[in-house]
Write a protein that binds this ligand. Structure first.
Ligand SMILES: Cc1cc2nc3c(=O)[nH]c(=O)nc-3n(C[C@H](O)[C@H](O)[C@H](O)COP(=O)(O)OP(=O)(O)OC[C@H]3O[C@@H](n4cnc5c(N)ncnc54)[C@H](O)[C@@H]3O)c2cc1C
Length: 373
């Protein structure tokens, strides 16, 4: 089996220590689905590139999802460019393990040069190049694609009294299964797909006393509409905005809850009644808007993520909520930098498997034009 170094042999460098500066056309930072889609299209453009990924194994965030998670779209609507995701026997909506296998197979099939266990720590301007400093060395590149996702930056809103709650608090990223909460009283916060799925997971277990709370009334999609509609709506919305129209052109939004089978079961059994968000913490639980109180053992925050862009700080591009202003995928303040996969602001539905292909292609085309100048 080729070593990591062998697999980098296609590059114009032969690194053997972290003090070596290597040179390549493009450094892709992040080897999840967005980084792989970028790699697929960069290869088609004939560019020299490396993909740096902090994880020891393939699959990006999918390696860390909770046990019962299933995609909200069928396999044939969850594919990266060039290779259809195979169906998973017995599951219309594949589980996270199936996605990890698919991504592992994808990078092998296209022989993508992923350097695992490598974290990019900073990107600097260096004349006509960008310098990517990682924990295992430095790369000089004509362009950088940032595809670091959001999983490593869980977001928890600030609620009065947060510090005084003595129980356990965790985020979606730390949730695994109801077994960890057997016999406990748990509040799940968040009106999106993660909150609804985790609340259903706990409620269906029967051994957890779960309260689901949301900031506003949750929006469920009709049972016959799945994640495909979310992708179509994101695309329609982008087209409408590009055409200067204010209408969104879609019936669904990425925040809407897809009625995957466990959600339907929990909802139909009356177990998914959301309560409006509590107003403050107490030492033993929470206080609701009507001043009543609930004592709980744990609060699970399913309240989203921020983009993992801290390593771009030296470029001075980050604005509100840690975003970088982009035109398509290209950073407005640094034309050699592209951002991929974080959300609609880097391409319609670009944070989904099926949605990331198109912006990845556009980024690779733009980079190829720049590199060939
Ligand atoms: C609960 C949940 C359910 C979802 N369900 C679906 C669904 O059903 N269908 C769908 O299409 N999408 C779904 N998504 C959305 C989406 O597919 C995932 O968020 C996806 O993992 C994003 O891929 P990514 O490549 O952008 O980021 P990630 O998968 O997070 O990959 C980023 C990679 O970059 C690495 N990295 C980060 N920082 C650095 C650094 N500085 N240096 C080097 N490497 C770094 C990380 O370790 C990671 O390996 C879901 C998301 C969540 C959270």
């Amino acid at each position: 089996m080729p070593s990591l170094r062998d697999s980098l042999g296609a590059h114009r460098s032969s690194p053997d220590s972290s003090s070596v500066t290597r040179t390549t056309d493009v450094v892709v930072v992040g080897g999840g689905q967005a980084g792989l889609a970028a790699g697929y299209h960069l290869r088609r453009q004939g560019l020299d590139f490396v993909i740096l990924d902090a994880e020891p194994g393939p699959g990006g965030a999918w390696q860390h999802m909770w046990d019962s998670l299933h995609l909200f779209s069928p396999a044939d609507h969850s594919s990266l460019p060039g290779r259809l995701m195979p169906t998973q026997p017995g599951n219309t909506y594949p589980d996270a393990g199936h996605v990890v296998e698919y991504l592992a197979d994808y990078e092998k099939r296209y022989d993508l040069p992923v350097q695992r266990g490598t974290r990019a720590e900073a990107v600097h301007r260096d004349g006509d190049r960008l310098l990517v400093e990682a924990d295992s060395g430095t790369w000089r590149a004509k362009a950088v694609v940032s595809a670091t996702g959001t999983w490593s930056r869980p977001f928890v809103p600030t609620i009065p009294g947060r510090g005084i709650f003595a129980g356990r608090q965790l985020h979606t990223v730390n949730y695994r299964s109801p077994v960890d909460f057997a016999g406990q009283r748990v509040i799940v916060v968040g009106g999106g797909n993660s909150g609804a799925q985790i609340a259903a997971d706990l409620a269906l277990d029967g051994d957890v006393d779960v309260t689901w709370t949301t900031q506003r009334t949750p929006r469920f999609l009709a049972d016959d509409i799945d994640g495909r509609a979310l992708f179509d709506a994101a695309t329609a919305r982008r087209r409408a905005l590009d055409a200067g129209r204010g209408d969104t052109g879609g019936v669904a939004s990425l925040g809407d809850i897809v009625a995957v089978p466990p959600i339907r079961t929990a909802r139909d059994a009356g177990l998914l009644q959301a309560r409006l968000m509590f107003s403050r913490h107490t030492a033993t639980g929470v206080q609701w808007a009507d001043d009543s109180r609930s004592d709980v053992d744990a609060i699970i925050w399913c309240t989203g993520f921020r983009p993992a862009l801290a390593y771009l700080a030296p470029l001075g591009l980050r604005g509100p909520r840690g975003h970088v202003a982009t035109s398509g995928t290209q950073a407005v303040g640094e034309a050699r930098l592209h951002l991929l996969g974080y959300g609609d602001w880097t391409g319609p539905a670009s944070a989904t498997l099926i949605g990331v292909g198109r912006p990845a292609r556009e980024a690779a085309h733009q980079i190829a034009r720049r590199v060939s100048r």
